[in-house]
Write a protein that binds this ligand. Sequence first.
Ligand SMILES: [Cu+2]
Length: 181
Amino acid sequence: MKRRHFLSATTAATLAALSQVVVGGEGKKAQADAIFISLGAKPKTVKVLIIATYNDANHGMNFNGHFKGGAVYTIPTGWTVEVQFKNASPVPHSVVVVEEEKTRKVQVGDPYWDGASSPDPTVAIAKDAQFSFVADEAGDYAFVCGFPTHCLAGHWLGLEISDEAKAPVYTIDGQEPVVAK
Ligand SMILES: [Cu+2]
């Protein structure tokens, strides 16, 4: 049974804006983070960039510098998600789209949507991979690393597919949401 999210996108954006006021001074960084989300060439298509071991955070088990859902992609239901995955690290990493509850399991299993992973995610030798899927069901999902034990160690970001969202946004904890352009 899938959990639905009850916060509307507007409410989420308002909460994020409030935390932005508290944290302050993060606006410039949010602009830099715009590389991680952008609109695709076709309507209702969003491009997502996922970089494994972007920095040293969480011993390198991060995507785009974040881990344990510390950054969340919110995408309107029905949009096509085009993922570009990169791993510049010598350590194997991968990315798989699964339901968020799977982040608490030792084995994350198969992608929720057919083909929604880098190739052979448990082997994780791909350094550069692309895949796409149609996010046709609202719910709470995650971009997780499929290499054994990494997800449980925090190697995942959030993915909300939302009936209420009007546009794709990328939200890092405590920062202003970055709207895809
Ligand atoms: Cu990993």
